[in-house]
Design a protein around this ligand. Structure first.
Ligand code: F0G
Length: 454
């Protein structure tokens, strides 16, 4: 029997809007869910990033935050916790994940360089491309097929990685990333064996391995449950082994840090760490606070310890799996098995009558809002589709709608409501129409694009 392993001490009201109001609100937002006001959303599954609930222990830690500009006690608690988990030498706090990425790629990425990953998250890819380097995704083939079951669909394809190294030359690959769990690929985990083998291959070519560690604890839980030899290891032990193969990591602590803001860059290379620290001072803040307040570092130090709790992770992964199963019962195609932080509906197959250039996943996410006030995010051709130089439209490999579950926020009855809303949409799937873009920005267009129905 699965239930939330916590009691709720503080509540936030949810405003219930009528269907007519929702139709009006989404039209005013130019059919872009990012442009809605949060108060007009009933269940917010836009992201699991920075949207979690903090524990009583985290809130009490906030009160002892040391706000000293330099040498704050809170920094040392944070640093000690990150070092306990990662074993990495130099630890730089940043205001969120992409700040760590910006510093890292600003130092190592430039024209002619290639940065492979299992799958780069959108900010990671955008920052690499912003520095004029090439970002390549090398996840195993199983990871691209929504209905194929595999315990570690986030794994790196080692053959493709070696081909990439040979094709571009190791001297043009400043580092390789592994994203755990593989967010853009469905929140799917990477096995320890795969991380170890990736490291072994990279070592032959002297290429450093960096981990995009946002959801490291969820990934570690999957390893414990699915990988032979790890059943009796603690989450901390598994995490330590993961990071033992890394030369560095970037982390958006807004996920498995269980905080609303925060991140870090951690690395072993002293020379690179010094350059990163200088950039940190220039753009984020003094190295003992980065872009954060002392109280944020306190909450993060507590959160990073709480996330290692297996009971919490069992509930967390169990809740996501529960929603996935409820959707499957209703015949809604999802990426299987469910990942760590989200359920991904395969909109390409549910709305097969909408062409990729009319954004089936965007259409589905708009309908989920109109039908039930649920806000989700499109991970398809709005986010990753491209116009080629010939003017031809190149769709994303998958048309997905992500239902990201904030940590410790919604209950099982919210999950039932979501599944019921999606179920009633399925009944009238053929009526759903696509969209076209009327405005887009040059980078990360999904955040600000405007749409109109076709
Ligand atoms: N890497 C991954 C795998 C992520 O999922 C994110 C953020 C980042 C890096 C960037 O971190 O937002 O703190 O700057 N993902 C959020 C999401 C936004 O909704 O999946 P950030």
């Amino acid at each position: 029997m699965l239930f939330e392993p916590f009691r709720i001490k503080m509540t936030e009201p949810i405003r219930i809007l009528s269907r007519e109001e929702r139709v009006k609100k989404i039209k005013e937002a130019c059919y872009n869910l990012f442009l809605l006001r949060a108060e007009d959303v009933m269940i917010d599954l836009l992201t699991d990033s920075g949207t979690g609930s903090m524990s009583a222990n985290q809130w009490s830690a906030i009160m002892v935050g040391d706000e000293s500009y330099a040498g704050a006690t809170s920094f040392f608690k944070f640093e000690e916790t990150v070092r306990k988990i990662t074993g990495l030498k130099y630890i730089l706090p940043t205001h969120q994940g992409r700040a760590a990425e910006r510093i890292l790629f600003g130092l190592v990425a430039r024209k002619g360089m290639v940065i492979p990953s299992n799958t780069h998250f959108d900010t990671t890819r955008a920052l690499i491309e912003f520095n004029e380097a090439l970002a390549v995704d090398l996840v195993i083939d199983e990871g691209k097929k929504p209905s194929v079951k595999h315990p570690f669909k986030g794994n790196m394809d080692l053959n493709k990685l070696e081909e990439t190294i040979k094709k571009f030359g190791p001297e043009n690959i400043p580092l390789c990333m592994i994203t755990i769990t593989n967010n853009s690929g469905g929140g799917q985990p990477v096995s320890l064996e795969n991380i170890r083998e990736t490291k072994r291959l990279l070592s032959r070519y002297k290429i450093p391995l960096f981990i995009d560690a946002c959801r490291f604890a969820e990934n570690a839980y999957f390893i414990k449950k699915r990988e032979k030899g790890y059943e009796n290891k603690s989450i901390l032990e598994i995490a330590r082994e993961i990071f033992s193969y890394a030369d560095g990591c970037t982390m958006s602590a807004k996920k498995d840090g269980l905080v609303n803001i925060g991140g870090f860059l951690a690395l072993n290379n002293e020379e690179l760490a010094i350059r990163a620290k200088n950039m940190l001072i220039l753009t984020e803040g003094f190295p003992t606070y980065g872009g954060l307040a002392g109280r944020d570092l306190e909450a993060l130090a507590v959160g990073l310890n709480e996330v290692l709790d297996e009971q919490y992770l069992s509930y967390r992964i169990g809740q996501v799996e529960y929603l996935g199963n409820r959707l499957l019962e209703k015949g809604i195609p999802i990426i299987e098995p469910t990942g760590g932080h989200a359920v991904y509906i395969d909109a390409g197959s549910l709305l097969g009558h909408i062409k990729p250039e009319n954004f089936p996943a965007q259409a589905l996410s708009v309908e989920l809002y109109i039908e039930g006030g649920i806000r989700t995010v499109e991970i398809g051709s709005v986010m990753f589709g491209k116009k080629e130089e010939s003017g031809r439209f190149k769709p994303a490999p998958l048309e997905l709608v992500r239902l990201a579950i904030p940590r410790r926020v919604y209950t099982m009855s919210h999950m039932d409501y979501i599944a019921d809303v999606a179920g009633s949409l399925k009944e009238r799937a053929e009526e759903i129409r696509g969209y076209r873009i009327t405005y887009e920005a040059p980078h990360l267009r999904h955040f600000t694009a405007h749409f109109e129905p076709v």
